[in-house]
Design a protein around this ligand. Structure first.
Ligand code: ADP
Ligand code: ZN
Length: 633
């Protein structure tokens, strides 16, 4: 059987090369299929048959130890005395019927030769065929895999209609809230979702409707997936996940059928969590693009909406979606009964970073000299994923340097690495960090000290999108009419950032950071004059109603009034802005001490919440009672 052995090893070699590509694989398939029958034939033909006569002679000479008769193939395998186990038996072609020839058997018995009648002698060949069948299976399987991969969307075409499940399901995520750190607000809000899943009776008993969808909004790596998994883990329910980009296929209908499949499975496994990552890939505003891909996306989105609407009462399915681009989402997704809960998942501040580092340091060996607090301070702008990555890089470096425990040297090197791999440079430069802090505190202090301004909710130096820092004000959501003094307060608050830069650093140092503030200021002031009749020009409407009032989109067509009126509008706008700017600057000058202290604190902590902020301000000056205070938060 040497040749067949040879064959086998050649095939084995070829199997190893299949991975190299689909073309090779299909070529091989062809080779195998055509080569298979001749290969068998060949292996028989080339076996060293010896003649029946020689066989009988050896038997007579007492050289034969055992004969295996194979009646079906008409072959006898002859094992000679002294053959060791590895020696392939020699084969003899028997004459027809000899397989059961009693004469032959008797003769063999007489000579003391062991006789076995079966096709056992064929074992080698069977094994050979079996092995190769297995190889073919492996090949075919590999080929299918390659096809699925390389064809990508064609994979959808293959399973057209009834789509293959592209979603993942984890029966138990094993993630708990303890593993999620630094995003406390989001965690608290989501705690309730766990209760929905665990004890729906608590809510349904009093007629409360359980929310269907929760939208997590935040940049990549802030722990949105982790949060969703933690909810499933805490509630001990299965976790289904799919990425929005998976829905978007080349062929119309595939995405939609995938959504159907996903929800079918989810319903079978309710209560459960369905997590849709990158929902913006499928949930973009409809009708905003061209081409087939767009049709497909719309169908998928429509299917998603249909499925969400189709849950009756409490179906036990809660859909959690994640995105960084809530602004591009189709409004239909945000309607009540769909993703009406929106939770911000922001990059962590210094304290949050420390907590995240603590979570990820649990299973790592750290040198005593390593201070997580110091690392947290040195990593502004890092997300949870960056921090996890940071500690992991440090651990790898430590192993490479054959050290026992991670030291500050490895941490430093890892910080450099992670920063190099991040887009956008986080705030490490302390001068610009201070400048941004003054800008934000400027907004916030005006917001706090001007009576008609909404109260400060939070001031932060955590960058988001284009903005390097942000000041949030608690909106007053049941207000439909806005007074003149409120608009002026808004303008003053918006100018607070620039005013602070101006007062603290001087005219020469003011930055471009205020550009979007100024845009909104101009738009507000202009509307006061042209739409709301709130200027010395009197109650005139000089512009048709425009779309959103306060979004700063309101670029004007100046054709509706004379040039003369046009220039007095400009003068009025100027006057309003000048007056407000003067007042904002005045506030900066009068409150320099507390501003400096707030800036120090903000640079250190990166985030100050409204109550904290007001507490400090109140130590220096009286805060006017807000007319529209809701919760201070
Ligand atoms: P996202 O879904 O927001 O892009 P992930 O949840 O996938 O981010 O985060 C990736 C990894 O980063 C997580 O598996 C976890 O190890 C780490 N991570 C991110 N955020 C946090 C956090 N807040 N607390 C602890 N670990 C975090
Ligand atoms: Zn600003």
């Amino acid at each position: 059987m040497t040749s067949s052995l040879h064959q086998r090893s050649r095939w084995r070699r070829t199997v190893q090369t299949t991975v190299s590509g689909m073309v090779t694989a299909s070529w091989l398939m062809l080779q195998m299929l055509t080569a298979l029958p001749p290969a068998i034939a060949q292996s028989e033909a080339e076996d060293e048959l010896f003649s029946y006569g020689e066989f009988l002679k050896s038997v007579d000479a007492g050289q034969v130890e055992q004969v295996n008769l194979d009646p079906e193939r008409g072959i006898a395998e002859v094992i000679f005395k002294g053959d060791d186990e590895d020696t392939e038996p020699r084969q003899v072609q028997l004459f027809a019927g000899d397989g059961r020839n009693p004469d032959l058997i008797q003769r063999l018995r007489q000579e003391g030769v062991a006789v076995e009648v079966a096709s056992a002698g064929n074992g080698g060949a069977i094994a050979w065929v079996a092995t190769n069948t297995l190889l073919i299976f492996v090949l075919v399987f590999g080929l299918l895999l390659i096809l699925r991969r390389s064809a990508g969307s064609a994979g959808g075409a293959m399973s057209f209609g009834k789509s293959r499940a592209r979603f993942q399901m984890e029966a138990k995520t094993g993630v708990t809230f303890a593993e999620v750190a630094g995003i406390e607000e989001a965690k608290e809000e989501l705690q309730e979702v766990v209760t929905f899943l665990k004890k729906p009776e608590k809510f349904t008993a009093i007629g409360a409707k359980i929310p269907r969808g929760v939208l997590l909004i935040g940049p990549p790596g802030t722990g949105k997936t982790l949060l969703a998994k933690a909810i499933a883990g805490e509630a001990a329910v299965p976790f289904f996940s799919i990425s929005g980009s998976e829905f978007v296929e080349m062929f119309v209908g595939v995405g939609a059928s995938r959504v159907r499949d996903l929800f079918k499975k989810a319903k079978e496994n309710a209560p459960c969590i369905v997590f849709i990552d990158e929902i913006d890939a499928v949930g973009r505003q409809r009708g905003t693009g061209i081409g087939g891909g767009n049709d497909e996306r719309e169908q998928t989105l429509n299917q998603l909406l249909t499925e969400m609407d189709g849950f009756e009462g409490n179906s036990g399915i809660i859909i959690i979606a994640a995105t960084n681009r809530v602004d591009v989402l189709d409004q239909a997704l945000l309607r009540p009964g769909r993703f009406d809960r929106q939770i911000m998942v922001d990059p962590p501040d210094a304290k949050g970073r420390l907590e995240i580092l603590q979570v990820h340091a649990r299973n790592k060996k750290l040198d005593e000299a390593v201070s997580l607090d110091v690392i947290a301070r040195r990593t502004p702008g890092f997300t949870g994923a960056d921090l996890a990555n940071l500690l992991n890089e440090a651990a790898i470096l430590t192993a490479r340097r054959r050290k026992e425990a991670i030291t500050m040297a490895e941490v430093d090197a890892a910080v450099d690495r992670v920063i190099a791999g991040m887009e956008g440079i986080p705030l490490v430069d302390s001068k610009s960090k201070r400048l941004i802090a003054y800008h934000e505190v400027g907004h916030a202090i005006v917001g706090t000290l001007v009576k008609d301004h909404n109260p400060v909710q939070k001031v932060t130096l955590i960058p988001r999108g284009q903005a390097q820092g942000l000041t949030w004000f608690t909106p007053d959501d049941d207000q439909t009419l806005i007074s003149r003094s409120q608009i002026l307060a808004m303008i003053m608050g918006l100018l607070g950032g620039r005013a602070a830069e101006d007062v603290i650093f001087g005219q020469a140092e003011v930055t471009t950071g205020a550009s979007s503030d100024l845009q909104r200021v101009t738009s507000l002031a202009r509307q006061m004059v042209t739409r709301f009749g709130m200027s010395d020009l009197g109650p005139l409407s000089l512009e048709g109603a425009q779309e959103e009032v306060f979004l700063g989109r309101n670029w004007l067509n100046r054709s509706e009034y004379s040039e003369e009126i046009g220039s007095s509008i400009d003068a009025q706008v100027h006057a309003i802005v000048d007056r407000c700017y003067g007042q904002a600057k005045q506030i900066m000058l009068e409150n320099r001490l507390v501003i400096d202290r707030l800036v120090d604190l903000l640079v250190e902590k990166e985030t100050l919440d409204g109550d904290e902020f007001r507490q400090i301000v109140s130590e220096y000056t009286a805060i006017p009672q807000k007319t529209l205070v809701k919760t201070g938060s």
